[in-house]
Design a protein around this ligand. Structure first.
Ligand code: NCD
Length: 366
């Protein structure tokens, strides 16, 4: 393993980097849109949400709001947990999970679909195969756009729920050693998570991938510049000693992956070499937590299902819903509503309307 850099962490950013579009709507397109204060707010709100659920308290703060889901790529977890989150907050959901059933098949552009849905909804949750699709949507949307995965780009809400899983399962999101394993080049969850981890002090990320699936160097350079400690390795054994192992699948749907990038390695051999099974887990220690954004595709053996060190089932469900509820509440609070108009509850204080970046709004929350 080659240790790259131990940087000096600058003061945590509190400058509100959430994307404020020209028409002053706050979007969540990248983890770079979120500052430390906002992430802390999401984690705190998600925690309180879990406690409230445990106590049988069901507040419905988004009961007059509508979420539009526009999923141009397959999804099981993200679409379902966004839907559960919105419904539990009292809101409703429209949209599609399969673009083949929509006017996209008649040649409708992403922009026109967004124009249509933003006239009927309070927030758009978008998944699309193209990097930067969120920015395209935000440029024409009258309501906040949440990027739920743009090709091999980013998946910021997944990073938030991944951090929440670490907080719940390990007890903290700083001072951690995290091994990220697998297709770090094409996997969007690891891109957002790397950036999120760089906002907390003392984290050390070990990137474990064969040469052809390495994390993009520009992303590594950026987080090292923010003070994150990053190491590179190609053997799974480099994950031994980690507090968290974040396993990922080969992104075989990305152009060139199946045909080109695995030719000299072989898919089966690749998966076997990085597979987390009972024998490996027992060498990795009693305290380690194994996560995976899902879906798994052979990289985590089913023989460890039920082992308390494998926490992905909670990550995919309870923690995902709690984190996405927190995000929806923060994005939709202060009444950014349909057509960009304020939809405040009667008697609610005026606040700063929909114009303030999410980070600044969230900073007053917790
Ligand atoms: C991930 C995604 O779509 O990027 N899944 C998810 O959202 N939970 C990871 C993956 O598909 O490998």
């Amino acid at each position: 393993m080659v240790s790259m850099t131990v940087g000096v962490r600058p003061q945590a950013a509190q400058d509100g980097r959430l994307s404020a579009s020209p028409n002053s709507i706050t979007h969540l397109l990248s983890m770079r849109d979120v500052d430390r204060g906002t992430l802390d707010s999401i984690l705190g709100k998600a925690e309180r949400g879990l406690m409230d659920m445990g106590n049988g308290a069901f507040a419905r703060p988004l009961r007059n709001k509508r979420l539009a889901k526009l999923f141009y790529e397959p999804s099981t977890r993200t679409t379902t947990t966004f839907e559960v989150a919105m419904v539990e907050l009292g809101g409703t959901v429209v949209g599609f999970s399969d673009a083949k059933t929509t006017s996209a098949m008649k040649g409708e552009s992403l922009e026109d679909a967004v124009r249509f849905y933003s006239g009927l909804s309070d927030v758009i949750v978008l998944r699309h195969p193209e990097v930067g699709a969120g920015e395209r949507a935000a440029a024409v949307s009258k309501v906040p756009v949440i990027n739920a995965g743009d090709g091999p780009g980013e998946h910021p809400t997944q990073a938030a729920l991944d951090l929440f899983t670490m907080k719940r399962e390990v007890g903290r999101v700083d001072g951690l050693r995290i091994a990220m394993v697998g297709d770090l080049k094409n996997g969007r969850t690891v891109h957002s998570l790397l950036y999120a981890l760089s906002m907390y002090e003392g984290n050390h990320v070990v990137l474990i991938a064969p040469e052809q699936f390495r994390m993009p160097p520009a992303a590594v350079e950026e987080v090292v510049g923010m003070g994150l400690r990053v190491s590179h390795a190609s053997e799974l054994d480099a994950a031994i000693g980690a507090d968290v192992i974040y396993q990922t699948r080969i992104q075989q749907e990305r152009p060139g992956v199946e045909s080109g990038q695995l030719t000299h390695l072989g898919r089966g051999a690749y998966i076997e070499s990085l597979k987390i099974d009972r024998a490996f887990l027992d060498r990795a220690g009693t305290e380690v937590k194994v996560m995976h954004p899902g879906p798994r595709n052979g990289e985590i053996s089913t023989e460890i299902d039920g082992d308390p060190r494998l926490v992905c089932f909670e990550q995919w469900t309870t923690y995902a819903v709690a984190a996405r509820k927190a995000i929806l509440e923060i994005v939709l609070r202060d009444g950014v509503g349909r057509n960009g108009t304020a939809l405040r509850e009667p008697g609610a204080s005026k606040g700063d309307g929909g114009g303030a970046p999410m980070a600044r709004r969230a900073a007053t929350d917790d």
